[in-house]
Write a protein that binds this ligand. Structure first.
Ligand code: XMP
Length: 506
């Protein structure tokens, strides 16, 4: 996609946040590996480059480097953290190991008022995370800012259009970070706000039409938003030549199958009732990993049964989203290797894969879904693991336990929705424990299951914090669960973040 910004990825864990921030400025941005050749970069006709952070030191023998000719492309370049150190190192500045690694919050003082720092107060807070630092800038560069422990916290050579910051403007802990991106994109690179995720709908429709030709395509729906939006694009492209498959393993949430059926009532949707084989295969399985393996295997079997019914399709529409593409090395998988997104497909299927959402982040996918008229309940559904409720039932998965959990989970989600919190919380759900405790109801002793409520905030599921839900909301949930769900007599709230816990219990 010509004309946007390219982020060269030097390996920091949260580099996708840089792309996120640039997209938030309504400028298109893609992330490419740091060893992308200058020819490949030129072919994309970028209007600006960002060199990301990374865990290496420029002194490490195997440290990722950059073809110095890239710094002479003539387009504005912003180095961030390792990107700044590499820029300094390659252009004749002095980089040295810091006396002690600077990590976390730092007070920064701006020492000039160049374009990069326009509207940034003289003193502001930034987030640092580095082991090396730039001790003196390369020829023609000037230092722009400092902190107590970092003498050169930012530098620039406006003549060559090279800019760099030692800190991380992409993280929320740097409150003026977005100002830096806006300055770099609009004022320095002269970019306009012309990126909207909806721009990709037309392109996605054309892509599907070209790939399918006069043939037919398949989309595997999981009940989640990504596959639903990819399916909606495919439906707009080829209408009734699309077959959608939803495997109902009996471990979906309340109303999930019906919502998918309603949203896709106008295409050939096969809901495969695979509850029996899944439950049979889960008998006696208590180990979490074993559970996941059994479920993965059953997915494949169910899919093979559908395939023998409907015949082979040449094109598979997949709801791969941009973070998956970045994680798999920048270009996404062309043949299916991992079946994470589609809930398990046989290894030996050879499809031409079309991924109309591969440029989009989750919230952008939701915007596209809205523009395609998918129901709100489907678009704003929270992430849900492929193995479904099975990983929220501790111990053996049995039909009656699934019913208990599904009912309790429906209460949690209903109360979260009523409180208007559904969109701001990453996930809120119920977990059923494999133990029973004593209670008293209507003067009688009970001996029932406890339900755990789990609600977390997260940017991407990799780290998470428990949500400080209001006590009265928790009380309403607890009262309703105990009152409405038979065999539950106790409700507890999980107050652990990730790490050390995980979001799901298994
Ligand atoms: P954990 O439990 O690892 O979960 O903290 C992180 C995020 O990933 C989701 N999750 C899965 N999603 N298939 C999926 O599609 C899976 O097997 C799976 N396991 C966990 C989880 O819901 C959370 O959002």
């Amino acid at each position: 996609m010509a004309g946007g910004v390219i982020v060269l990825d030097f390996g920091a864990q949260y580099n996708h946040l840089i792309a996120r921030r640039i997209r938030e400025c309504e400028v298109f941005c893609e992330v490419l590996p740091c060893n992308t050749t200058i020819e490949a970069i030129r072919a994309k006709e970028p209007r600006a480059l960002v060199l990301s952070g990374g865990p290496a030191s420029v002194f490490d023998p195997g440290a990722p480097r950059l073809d110095p000719a890239i710094l002479d492309l003539g387009i504005p370049i912003l180095g961030i953290c390792y990107g700044m150190q590499l820029m300094a190192f390659l252009l004749g500045g002095v980089v040295r190991p810091a006396q002690d690694r600077e990590y976390g919050r730092a007070e920064m003082e701006r020492t000039t008022s160049g374009s990069l720092f326009e509207d940034v107060p003289q003193n502001s807070v930034v987030w640092m995370s580095h082991g090396d630092l730039v001790e003196s800038v390369p020829p023609q560069f000037e230092a722009l800012a400092r902190t107590k422990r970092t003498p050169i916290a930012a530098m620039a050579c406006p003549k060559r259009n090279l800019w760099a910051v030692q800190y991380h403007p992409e993280v929320h802990h740097t409150p003026e970070g977005m100002t830096i991106f806006r300055n770099f994109l609009y004022k320095i690179a002269g970019l306009a706000k012309d990126w909207k995720p909806e721009n990709l709908v037309k392109r996605g429709i054309e892509e599907v039409r070209t790939a399918v030709g006069s043939g037919r395509a398949l989309v595997a729906l999981s009940g989640g938003v990504d596959s639903a939006v990819a399916g909606a694009i495919a439906r707009a492209a080829i209408g009734d030549r699309l077959t959608a498959v939803l495997i109902d393993h009996g471990l979906l949430r309340e109303g999930e199958v019906e919502e998918v059926q309603d949203a896709f009532s106008d295409i050939d949707l096969r809901v495969v009732d695979a509850r029996e084989p899944f439950f049979k295969a889960l008998v006696g399985i208590t180990d979490p990993e074993q559970k996941r393996k059994v479920i993965g295997r059953e997915f494949i079997r169910a899919f093979e049964r559908v395939q023998s019914e409907i015949g082979q399709r040449d094109v598979l529409i997949q709801g791969t989203v941009y973070p998956d593409v970045i994680e798999s090395g920048g270009q996404g998988a062309r043949t299916i290797k991992s079946h994470h997104n589609v809930g398990g497909l046989p290894e030996d299927l050879t499809f031409h894969v079309v991924e109309p959402l591969r440029w989009l982040f989750k919230d952008e996918v939701r915007r596209v879904g809205e523009s395609l008229g998918l129901p709100e309940s489907l678009i704003w559904r929270q992430p849900f693991p492929g193995p479904g409720l099975a990983v929220r039932i501790i111990g053996e998965v049995k039909g009656d336990k699934v019913e208990v959990l599904r009912a309790a989970d429906a209460v949690v989600r209903d109360e979260i929705r009523r409180a208007g919190l559904e969109r701001s919380i990453w996930q809120a759900f119920a977990v059923l424990l494999d133990l029973r405790s004593v209670g008293v109801m209507g003067d009688a002793r009970t001996y029932g299951y406890p339900i755990v409520i789990r609600a977390v905030e997260s940017q991407d599921g990799m780290t998470a914090d428990w949500v400080r839900l209001p006590y009265d909301l928790l009380e309403r949930m607890a009262a309703r669960i105990v009152g409405e769900v038979e065999s539950v007599n106790r409700v507890v709230y999980d107050i652990t973040s990730k790490p050390p816990a995980t979001i799901e219990w298994e």
